[in-house]
Design a protein around this ligand. Structure first.
Ligand code: 5GP
Ligand code: ZN
Length: 114
């Protein structure tokens, strides 16, 4: 989708600090980090949210989850622990309608989240 921010990042039309890439996924640093490590993992094809990505049923959601763990390993937070979040819909604060996993870590996370 040409008017989607994350599609444009995936296409290289908008710059981002890329940390990990596969044929079908891309991981890049969040522009407004909420933790010492804050990386977004996206499927390159456009899905509006987690439900759409899950419904694709082609293993892409599992690949995004696997890439999230690889990011945690390469960022050095796999041992200390990390959080993976898919904000979905307005109450969760989803602001970009292209499915993305937040990988957050490098400090203790509070629970419940705000
Ligand atoms: P959401 O609020 O939809 O769960 O997450 C969207 C995330 O995208 C936010 O954490 C926000 O900081 C990040 N973001 C928004 N615009 C950009 C951008 O242009 N580049 C990068 N790297 N991150 C962005
Ligand atoms: Zn998109």
């Amino acid at each position: 989708m040409s008017d989607c921010l994350f599609c444009r990042i995936a296409a290289g039309e908008i710059p981002a600090t890329r940390v990990l890439e596969s044929e079908r996924t891309l991981a890049f640093r969040d522009i407004n980090p909420q933790a010492p490590v804050h990386v977004l993992v996206i499927p390159k094809p456009h899905y509006a949210d987690l439900a759409g990505l899950a419904a694709a049923d082609d293993g892409l959601l599992a690949e995004v989850a696997g890439q999230a763990h690889k990011v945690a390993q390469s960022e050095g937070i796999a041992e200390t622990g990390y959080r993976v979040v898919f904000n979905t819909g307005s109450h969760a604060g989803q602001t970009v309608d292209h499915a993305h996993a937040h990988v957050l870590g490098g400090r203790p996370m509070t629970w419940p989240p705000g």
